[in-house]
Design a protein around this ligand. Structure first.
Ligand SMILES: *[C@@H]1O[C@H](CO)[C@@H](O)[C@H](O)[C@H]1NC(C)=O
Ligand SMILES: *[C@@H]1O[C@H](CO)[C@@H](O)[C@H](O)[C@H]1NC(C)=O
Ligand SMILES: *[C@@H]1O[C@H](CO)[C@@H](O)[C@H](O)[C@H]1NC(C)=O
Ligand SMILES: *[C@@H]1O[C@H](CO)[C@@H](O)[C@H](O)[C@H]1NC(C)=O
Ligand SMILES: *[C@@H]1O[C@H](CO)[C@@H](O)[C@H](O)[C@H]1NC(C)=O
Ligand SMILES: *[C@@H]1O[C@H](CO)[C@@H](O)[C@H](O)[C@H]1NC(C)=O
Ligand SMILES: *[C@@H]1O[C@H](CO)[C@@H](O)[C@H](O)[C@H]1NC(C)=O
Ligand SMILES: CC(=O)N[C@H]1CO[C@H](CO)[C@@H](O)[C@@H]1O
Length: 434
């Protein structure tokens, strides 16, 4: 019976298309790139390009975003402020004034902090780092100015750039076509006068973890006060292909100077574990009071080459509607659907633990959460006390199989009836959500 269900579940899950860029915990999350044409020039236009990260908990880490597009005609970039193209391309046809970039498909990156004032632009020069909307809306925007030549010079003749691509910093984003939208309105600083762009178009990019990578990049382990079993992360949760490239925690190599200098291609240097994940989230059901219960959350970094800045941890659990207190992390409920309040986002406190250090003795952040019991639903049975979904930095973490969760002693969970009773709702949820 159990084997049959397992096989059926495997096929059902394998058949669900994963490439759809839709995140059930952040259904409206996207990155929007807006072009506001601010003036026409003799041979083109000057536009302000603004990138807004409207994702609740997925930020763009260092080394930052890379934006690309394909020009519709023979456009060139005369100049850029607050960003730069990575290559100039072939500008041999130009005499005198040489454009900043002549490539048909320019690739743009942000400038680094501290560039001279005359190269800066509002919201620029953050090394391409964008905070998530839920964590820090003020820092979730990036902008630059571009002067385009050999282009249309009116809203009738201008051709929108095509084929937008966004790396954030790795793959995972898919961008739609540019669409003309109502021109953006701007207020003067004293709010007494309103101006507007001559023309505006928007591009929307959405993220799919399954386009970003083959395997998850984090896993979940569990324990409880009522059972001494520690349910470990699933083996090879993050793929075991690179098992021979991992590094043992007691390896002498770790004392070599420069071993944890981040690499250009962001290749990780992972500590050898049976799960091979760069991140592990541990959920410990710590205490049971009459009206409350307490969970300890621990996030561990196993990558020697990353300090995670502005990390986020998203958890879905039915009791998150009654969070009473969160210690040492900031917490924000996420209510993607008005009717259910079961998802929340944890993140580090500024200057205290918003930096999750590289693997090693300091590569851990911890918190405790006090939850008020809802008498109608609260239970330690059948793994109810454990999270339904966990995301680190916007990527979903692999949970252990439900039948391995720590169980209340004497609970007859091994009978096929309870097993299927547990499996089917989970399978159903999985199908509905993906
Ligand atoms: C992008 O996100 C914003 C903010 O959540 C939302 O208002 C907008 O509808 C989204 N755009 C698309 C095309 O999904
Ligand atoms: C265009 O993008 C901006 C953010 O950059 C957003 O505020 C605006 O709602 C978008 N417009 C449309 C029609 O999607
Ligand atoms: C172009 O500009 C004219 C006025 O100059 C305006 O009536 C028209 O709606 C604009 N078209 C677009 C696509 O913005
Ligand atoms: C769009 O861009 C991608 C990546 O830069 C490229 O592979 C593809 O050929 C481009 N498509 C068009 C129609 O230009
Ligand atoms: C992480 O930050 C610490 C302290 O700022 C620094 O010494 C270390 O080199 C950084 N590690 C990485 C992998 O960037
Ligand atoms: C969701 O639950 C939290 C407590 O965890 C509460 O602070 C918040 O007001 C609730 N939001 C809604 C919309 O019910
Ligand atoms: C603790 O949980 C494990 C894993 O679910 C289970 O096999 C074991 O029987 C439980 N221990 C007791 C004392 O019930
Ligand atoms: C005990 C307690 O505070 N329960 C509350 C949990 O949250 C739900 C929904 O937000 C409330 O209706 C309960 O009163």
């Amino acid at each position: 019976m159990r084997g049959l269900i397992g096989v059926a579940a495997f096929f059902l899950i394998a058949l669900i298309p994963h490439a759809v860029a839709f995140d059930p915990l952040d259904p409206n999350g996207n990155i929007t790139i807006k072009w506001d044409v601010m003036s026409w020039t003799p041979d083109g236009y000057v536009a302000t390009v603004t990138m807004n990260n409207f994702q609740m908990y997925r930020h763009i880490m260092s080394p930052g975003w890379t934006l690309g597009w394909t020009w519709a005609k023979k456009e060139v970039i005369w100049s850029m402020v607050g960003a730069q193209t990575t290559e100039q391309g072939d500008c041999s046809k130009f005499k005198g004034n040489i454009p900043h970039c002549c490539k048909k498909n320019p690739t743009v990156v942000d400038l680094l902090p501290g560039v001279p004032y005359n190269q800066q632009f509002t919201n620029c020069c953050k090394g391409g780092v964008l905070a998530s909307w839920g964590q820090d809306p003020q820092s979730s925007v990036s902008a630059f100015q571009v002067s385009v030549g050999q282009a249309g010079t009116s809203n009738k003749t201008v051709k929108l750039p095509k084929n937008f691509t966004l790396l954030g910093p790795g793959p995972g984003y898919t961008c739609g076509p540019a669409k003309i939208v109502p021109p953006t309105k701007f207020f003067t600083p004293d709010l007494r006068r309103k101006t507007q762009a001559l023309m505006t178009w928007n591009v929307t990019c959405t993220y799919s973890q399954f386009l970003a990578r083959k395997h998850p990049s984090c896993c979940v382990s569990m324990s409880s006060f009522y059972n001494e079993t520690i349910t470990a992360c699933p083996s090879c949760a993050c793929g075991c292909e690179n098992r021979n490239k991992c590094i043992k925690s007691d390896s002498k190599l770790l004392s070599v100077v420069g071993i944890n200098t981040p690499r250009k291609d962001n290749a990780p240097l992972i500590q050898c574990t049976h799960h091979m994940c760069p991140i592990r989230v541990h959920w410990h059901v710590k205490l049971n009071y009459k009206d409350y219960w307490r969970v300890k959350l621990t996030v561990t970094n196993f990558n020697y080459r990353i300090n995670y800045t502005q990390w986020t941890l998203v958890v879905q659990h039915p009791n998150l509607n009654n969070v009473t207190q969160v210690f040492s992390f900031d917490y924000k409920p996420l209510v993607p659907y008005e009717s259910v309040n079961d998802t929340g986002m944890f993140y580090g406190m500024k200057f205290y633990n918003d930096l999750l250090m590289e693997a090693g003795p300091s590569g851990t952040v911890q918190s405790e959460v006090l939850l008020q019991k809802d008498k109608d639903t609260f239970s330690f049975k059948q793994g109810w006390a454990f999270p339904r979904k966990v995301y680190f930095n916007g990527d979903e973490c692999m949970l252990p199989p439900p039948d391995t969760y720590p169980y209340l002693p004497n609970f007859a969970h091994h009978s096929p009836v309870t097993f299927t009773a547990l499996l089917f709702p989970l399978l159903f949820l999985y199908i509905v959500l993906f």
